[in-house]
Design a protein around this ligand. Structure first.
Ligand code: PLP
Ligand code: ZN
Length: 409
């Protein structure tokens, strides 16, 4: 159960009962580099199963471990109220498949187990992160803590935007999606169909450096829109239900009688890897994977290694990667926004960042596709990390990769 939030930079605590715990109360426009992390009463990822794991809705199953639920219960909603909110927004969500891939295991010479998120709501794991924000909002609304439905806002032209639009549409909550000018028209039509308001963001003369879509998103948040995003520093609540992926894998592995040794997670903004690590627990070594054409986390890891409290030196440690490029275009974030949480998960589990050559990113996608997974090159990039260090793996090691982000045709 979640005990509360604490800023990983300045240490400020925010009680779990606080509505809208998106950002550290000390974050300002001039000093934005703060991020709230969950302080949890320990959850044992290997706790005995109470019911078979397959065919259940993880948002019901793990409700009592999540922060939105603790918030709702602390303010007086009942278990039944909470279950109704889950049904309203994500009643059809189910545990996604987790199985050994015989083909990938043979090709890589170790035990490869795959969590297949291409079958998840909106085709990727992204909804896992966003649904917790929406559940918090719906709980606040039911508690009378929200007088109007201010619009949700996200900057994305990928899986996160589709997940955001799908969830917002289900409850009729207005959503603004900020996208780059080059966004694909077909993708824009899909967002339109889901009722999202799409804003193509041109660079303006007086813009500071950085992605114009991100700048417009930040303007919208500053003027009252709700950050509906998968970046912890913009909305810490995305780091809550995102952990369900790790909790599911831990239970599914236990049910299959396998002991997981390592997980390889592709990293863009870093929320995915940090939630996977937090959900799996420190017994499973978490290695993170970025493409050689965009590897700000590995660079920051080197800089952080010599510092006592790297969070206090945010801008010196996490520097934007110049000219990101890779076929894995969903992980081209020039900064790893959730670097503090990802580094924490790696340090605690004995993992490290891996930088995969572009040839390995391409090869991993070929292998994943041939093995029957519908993932995009971004979504199979964790496997590229396995290829990169294949000669250092032991044949008996049980390795987890997550295939996510269904390939768009
Ligand atoms: C398919 C897929 N996998 C992995 C990631 C990485 O997630 P994160 O940005 O949280 O690191 C993304 C992010 O866009 C994605 O779309
Ligand atoms: Zn802070």
């Amino acid at each position: 159960m979640d005990a509360g939030w604490q800023c990983a930079v300045c240490g400020t605590s925010v009680p779990i009962a606080t509505p809208f715990p998106w950002r550290c109360p000390r974050a300002t426009a001039d000093d934005p580099d703060h991020v709230l992390h969950l302080v949890s009463a320990e959850v044992d990822p290997h706790e005995p199963l109470t019911a078979p794991i397959d065919e259940v809705n993880p948002l019901h199953r793990y409700a009592s471990r999540t922060a939105w639920w603790s918030f709702a219960r602390a303010n007086g909603l009942t278990d039944v109220d909470c279950a109704e909110l889950v049904e309203q927004v994500a009643g059809d969500v189910r545990v996604t498949p987790f199985a050994r891939s015989g083909q990938l295991s043979d090709q890589l010479g170790c035990e490869i187990w795959v969590k297949d998120e291409t079958t998840n709501l909106a085709g990727s794991h992204k909804a896992r992160h966003l649904v917790g924000i929406l559940l918090h909002l719906l709980a606040a609304e039911r508690l009378g803590l929200l007088d109007e439905r201010r619009p949700l806002a996200i900057a994305s032209c990928g899986n996160a935007a589709v997940a955001a639009a799908t969830l917002a549409h289900r409850v009729g909550w207005p959503l603004d999606v900020y996208v780059p000018t080059w966004m694909d028209d077909a993708f824009g039509r899909r967002l339109d169909e889901l009722g999202a308001r799409v804003h193509r963001c041109e660079r303006r003369g007086d813009d500071p450096p950085g992605d114009p879509a991100m700048l417009r998103f930040r303007d919208a948040s500053a003027s009252g829109s709700i950050p509906f995003t998968v970046q912890g520093p913009e909305n810490a609540a995305c780091l809550d239900t995102g952990r369900t992926i790790g909790w599911e894998i831990a239970e599914q592995a236990a049910a299959a009688g396998v002991r997981l040794a390592r997980a390889f997670a592709q990293v863009g903004g870093g929320a995915f890897a940090s939630c996977l690590g937090a959900g799996l627990g420190t017994d499973v070594r978490l290695d993170t994977v970025q493409a050689a054409g965009c590897a700000p986390l590995a660079a920051a890891w080197e800089r952080a290694a010599v510092l006592d409290q790297p969070g206090r030196y945010w801008r010196q440690v996490m520097r934007p990667w110049p000219e990101p490029h890779s076929i894995a275009d969903g992980i081209l974030d020039d900064e790893t926004y959730d670097w503090l949480a990802v580094m924490h998960a790696m340090v605690e589990s004995g993992g490290e960042p891996i930088v995969a050559a572009e040839a390995d990113i391409v090869r991993a996608h070929e292998l994943a596709t041939a093995a029957g997974y519908a993932a995009s090159p971004t979504g199979s990039a964790g496997l590229a990390g396995v290829l990169t260090i294949a000669d250092r793996l032991r044949p008996a090691d049980v390795i987890v990769v997550v295939m996510t982000g269904v390939a768009r045709t």
